[in-house]
Design a protein around this ligand. Structure first.
Ligand code: ZN
Length: 132
């Protein structure tokens, strides 16, 4: 899944949590669930960095001005944090991936770019609908 999709899903999980710790844990759980849904991942580093930069900027703006809530911030962090190991592994800073949906312990299902984009847009729209 794209960074922004994990970010919104984690933030939504944080929104329904009772405290920031539960928000973080639920955010991580959304990461596992979303990785199991057939999706499309970025094929270029440039697109990945654009996703991270734009997603973070829009997210922080929206949270700071509309929903300043630590549960949402920690949920979002839990949603995106597992993917930090992907660039670390890619650039040789981590010898192997550890997160279950990245190691093959849990399925990490893929589909075409078109279908993957539709799935991710639906997740983001549903998350924003709950958050706003
Ligand atoms: Zn992942």
């Amino acid at each position: 899944m794209y960074y922004s999709t994990h970010l919104v899903a984690g933030a939504t999980a944080g929104f329904v949590a009772k405290d920031p710790v539960e928000g973080f844990v639920l955010g991580v759980v959304t990461h596992i669930v979303l990785d199991m849904i057939p999706h499309h991942d970025h094929e270029s580093v440039v697109n990945c960095f654009l996703d991270i930069a734009a997603g973070t900027a829009v997210f922080l703006f929206a949270v700071i001005f509309f929903r300043p809530d630590l549960r949402i911030l920690w949920g979002a962090l839990g949603g995106v944090l597992p993917d930090i190991e992907i660039p670390l592994h890619h650039f040789g800073l981590l010898s192997r991936r550890l997160f279950p949906s990245h190691t093959g312990c849990l399925p990490h299902l893929r589909t075409t770019r078109g279908r993957g984009l539709v799935v991710q847009c639906l997740v983001i729209i549903l998350g924003l609908w709950i958050l706003i």
